[in-house]
Design a protein around this ligand. Structure first.
Ligand code: KG4
Ligand code: ZN
Length: 337
């Protein structure tokens, strides 16, 4: 069975053809980074307009690379939440039109669940496991019970992890996307030049929650307070020290969740899962099976959407044409009192 996946939740315009939820026949990802770089962040209106221009050629390219015609596609899977609302609507409306014209099933896909499905495209992974989803908009630690069922244990109470990378990179004009630029620059920096603060929220319901706004503020506004007094105050040292703190915050909570649940398998996903220090830190954890998708499947792509779409189709959960886009999913980002 071949599913055409469409992903337009943020600034990547992507379409993919995946067979039986596993074999990637094509995965075309057209990034808009060049258009957003001057602003050091994704500009929602530019993102929507680029999706309108690109969605059709990107889908045609994905079909061409898969050597598939529309009549050989069995279903359409499309991201409908969460994300930038204007961007989501482009992919969703396009997919609805195509599904209606072809008389093929439409499957609405949750972007967070799609990220967690990404490594399943590359290897067999048994459920349940501990999931770590770290992207530009979300930071989630969850028990993943099935491809369509997760129990959120912790989220961010303010900024997402990737958002902190992006904002620090923007403030110091390090580059865009921020996470990639900081990761690269950190390789030449001293991660101990600054001892940035890590929040302690570890009480009651907040036990697995993380917070990034304090770290972000410290890095941007209170650099001197956390300086070791000896190292150079270079961008590389700031980047490496920030990256270490940002990753430590995550790893600390993930290890607590693993210990408390007894889950020894950890699957990571989302753009920040491409971070080299996070990958190295978790890989070094003994007694924990850590599974990361390959770098290309960490960031936004339609193959993960098509792959999950196949599983949802097998469950018989087809969407109807009243499906609408949703910018936020409340359980993925806790509103904190
Ligand atoms: O999953 P994704 O492509 O889009 C969202 O769903 O948000 O994630 C994008 C985020 C951005 O914040 C970007 O800065 C971050 O992932 N990112 C990284 C790295 N590569 C991308 N963060 C840290 N290290 C990286 N190597
Ligand atoms: Zn994403």
């Amino acid at each position: 069975m071949r599913v055409l996946g469409i992903e337009s939740s943020c600034d990547e315009c992507s379409a993919a053809v995946v067979e039986d939820g596993r074999r990637i026949l094509s995965n075309v990802v057209l990034s808009q980074v060049d258009f957003h770089r001057p602003f050091y962040g994704v500009v929602p209106e530019i993102a929507s307009r680029k999706h309108v221009e690109w969605i059709h050629p990107v889908v045609e390219d994905a079909l061409g690379k898969a050597a598939a015609t529309l009549s050989q596609i069995d279903a359409l899977a499309v991201t409908y939440r969460p994300g930038l609302i204007g961007s989501l609507l482009v992919g969703l409306s396009y997919a609805k039109g195509l599904a209606w014209a072809l008389g093929k099933p439409l499957i609405g896909i949750d972007h967070i669940l799609a990220h967690l499905y990404a490594p399943h495209l590359e290897r067999d992974i048994d459920y349940p496991y501990l999931g770590l989803l770290v992207s530009g908009g979300h930071t989630i630690i969850a028990r993943v019970l099935r491809h369509d069922r997760i129990e959120v244990m912790g989220t961010t109470i303010d900024d997402a992890c990737g958002e902190a990378f992006d904002k620090v990179a923007k403030h110091y004009a390090i580059g865009f996307p921020g996470g990639v630029a900081i990761d690269r620059l950190s390789a030449t920096g001293n991660p101990k030049a600054f001892h940035f603060p890590k929040p302690s929220l570890h009480k009651g319901e907040a036990f697995y929650d993380v917070s990034y706004s304090g770290l972000k503020t410290a890095v941007i506004r209170q650099l001197d307070q956390f300086w070791d007094g000896r190292s150079e105050k270079s961008l590389a040292n700031i980047a490496a020290s920030f990256q270490r703190a940002a990753v430590d915050i995550l790893v600390d909570r993930v290890l607590a969740a693993a210990a408390d649940t007894g889950m020894r398998r950890l699957v990571a996903g989302g753009g920040v899962a491409a971070n080299s220090y996070l990958r190295a830190r978790l890989a070094a954890e003994e007694g924990l099976e850590v599974i990361f998708p390959s770098l290309a499947l960490c960031t936004d792509n339609a193959a993960m959407v098509a792959g999950l779409g196949y599983q949802v189709l097998r469950d018989g959960k087809v969407s109807d044409f009243t499906l609408n886009a949703e910018a936020r999913v409340p359980m993925f980002k806790r509103a904190y009192p």
